[in-house]
Design a protein around this ligand. Structure first.
Ligand code: PEP
Ligand code: MG
Length: 573
């Protein structure tokens, strides 16, 4: 029989071949069961037992997390445990059993629907998406009410399996990795979800955005194969396809071996120009990955990720500990820590009014300047940590020059207060700005004059220049890093940096895509910052490029209305 192929979004590269383990949506009850008044107490106790059992199960999973799992996964499980311990969550559900004389599963479904409506009404995209956690916790309790002993079944049923599921939580994924699952495909989830990040760091082939029909078309035990780089899931692969998949696996492991060979080699072009390769860091595990991959430093530490997934912001000491740790580990290499880029799709501050249009609202430096106490706490933590390594502070989403002056004033205030209290800090921490708003790119020279370095954020620069919401899949096809406007802006910023003698790096996803390495080199970029997982591939792409060829071929590209036409010639040179 010919293989049927389901396509989804490519999440984590690698080819996996195995037997399907299909996990459908956890069945919520479709109608209530009436509970007689004399049985209400017993039904409430049944609910409490299900909560307790779920909590014990999660505590066990937390304890047994594999060592190489990023700390964020533990944090997510802790958050789920906290939710189960929340007395009002249990009390409200119990009240529903009593007031409506319904069974525990129905009461839990009512509570689920009520919370879903509350989250759906939230404006903040990040907060809205946290309903996923509530849903996962309630689903686990439903399973317990339905009599499942434990959701992670016996090991022999999972080893070598490819899990096909409606959704896969980070908790489930770390458990699957421990039990020997070789690949995952889920209906829900996107490339920036916690589970996607975890799959990549565990090197587990994965795709998401699978059609729900896959869940009904597939049976447990069906032979399946998954190509995470292509985002494809094959059912009953025939002999020809199996051979093709084997060839892809061999190619993939050859690629990994070849890449590991460049680990110790310098990042120089064929004509001998040295390039700086730094790492973007957002989870703790990436600090060690950056060191392992031989990064020249951290080019972007997204500090807002310390704030994500928690009810209250981390205090000064907690932030200080996190910054000091990354500085110490990387010393003497530079570490660029970006001040809070909260708002928009990132994270939230409890008590903040939702923005009318979060991407254009009180985000990043704007939010920090509106809440100086919050900002100063971060600046104090940063300045205190500065004695532990080579710190540079980066300010996101600058649009006006006055923002730089205001940030410098706050830094001076923080330094005076620290000095008065006799607390040590390093003087003259370089201050840089992200160029990710078109206005800042157009006026780059004025920004370069007032700052010590620039960092181009193409993710936002493309979003704002081409007016395409980066979180909206329906306009994703319009995202074009080679748009003539983008190329002109990049050139303008790089030239401005050079004229003012200020270093310019690029830390958006464009830097990590080898398709654009030569374009960026040709435009004048000498400093790239990418996720540690992409670093070796970028280095290898740089080592294959000739800078003088790149410069020659980028020149006509800059003048063209259709720059993409030159890409093949540039990349073949
Ligand atoms: C960018 O905008 O390119 C960038 C690196 O920042 P972030 O993706 O965190 O907005
Ligand atoms: Mg940005």
């Amino acid at each position: 029989m010919n293989a049927r192929c389901f396509s989804g979004v490519a999440i984590s590269r690698g080819v996996a071949v195995g037997r399907a383990r299909v996990i459908g949506r956890i069945a919520a009850p479709t109608e209530p069961i009436a509970i007689a008044p004399n049985l209400i107490d017993a039904e409430c106790r049944r609910l409490e037992r299900a909560f307790d059992a779920t909590q014990r199960e999660l505590t066990r999973v937390r304890r047994q997390l594999p060592r190489d799992v990023p700390s964020e996964v533990g944090d997510v499980i802790d958050m789920h445990i906290l939710l189960l311990k929340d007395e009002s969550f249990l009390a409200d559900t119990r009240a529903l059993i009593r007031n409506r004389s319904v069974d525990a599963a129905w009461a839990l479904k009512l509570k689920h629907d009520e919370l879903e409506a509350v989250f759906a009404a939230m404006q903040e995209a990040y907060l809205k998406s946290r309903f996923e956690d509530v849903h996962q916790v309630i689903s686990r309790v439903q399973l317990k009410l339905q009599g499942a002993k434990s959701s992670p079944l016996r090991a022999q049923r999972w080893a070598g399996a490819i899990v096909i599921a409606h959704e896969i939580s980070p908790t489930d994924l770390s458990e699957f990795a421990r039990l020997g699952v070789v690949g995952i495909a889920s209906v829900s989830g996107g490339p920036l979800s916690h589970s996607a990040i975890l799959a990549r760091s565990l090197k587990m082939p994965a795709l998401m955005g699978l059609s729900p029909t896959a869940l009904t078309a597939l049976r447990d035990g069906d032979p399946v194969a998954l190509d995470g780089a292509r985002g494809e899931l094959y059912v009953r692969p025939g002999l020809t396809l199996q051979a093709e998949l084997l060839a892809r696996r061999i190619k993939e492991s050859g690629r990994e071996r070849a890449l590991s060979r460049v680990r110790k080699l310098p990042a120089v072009t064929r004509d001998g120009v040295g390039i700086t390769l730094s790492a973007n860091v957002e989870i703790d595990a990436e600090i060690d990955q950056a060191l392992k991959a031989g990064a020249d430093g951290v080019g972007l530490y997204r500090s807002e990720f310390l704030f994500v997934g928690r009810a209250t912001p981390p205090d000064e000491d907690e932030q200080y500990a996190a910054y000091a740790q990354v500085l110490r580990k990387l010393a003497p290499r530079p570490v660029v820590i970006r001040t809070l880029d909260l708002g928009s799709d990132k994270a939230f501050l409890p008590g903040l009014k939702p923005a009318v249009n979060p991407a254009l609202g009180l985000r990043a430096v704007r939010l920090c300047l509106r809440h100086p106490a919050l900002f100063k706490t971060q600046l104090r933590a940063l300045k205190r940590a500065s004695i532990h390594g080579n710190l540079r502070i980066l300010v996101p989403m600058l649009s006006g020059l006055s923002e730089i002056a205001q940030v410098r004033r706050l830094i001076r205030q923080v330094e005076s207060a620290l000095a008065a209290a006799g607390i040590a800090f390093a003087p003259n921490t370089p201050l840089g700005g992200m160029i990710e708003v078109p206005a800042a790119a157009i006026a780059a020279q004025a920004f370069a004059r007032r700052l010590d370095f620039l960092s181009i954020g193409t993710n936002d620069l493309i979003q704002y220049t081409l007016a395409i919401d980066r979180g909206d899949e329906s306009v994703a096809h319009l995202n074009d890093p080679l748009h003539p406007a983008i190329l002109k802006l990049l050139k303008r910023v790089l030239d401005a940096g050079q004229r003012e003698g200020k270093p310019v790096s690029l830390c958006g996803e464009m830097a990590a895509d080898p398709t654009y390495t030569r374009v960026l080199l040709g435009l004048g970029l000498r400093d790239f910052s990418v996720s540690p997982a992409a670093l070796l591939e970028l280095k290898s792409s740089i080592r294959r490029a000739s800078l003088s060829d790149a410069e020659t071929l980028v020149a006509p590209m800059l003048k063209s209305a259709r720059p993409r036409r030159y890409l093949a010639a540039l990349n073949d040179a």
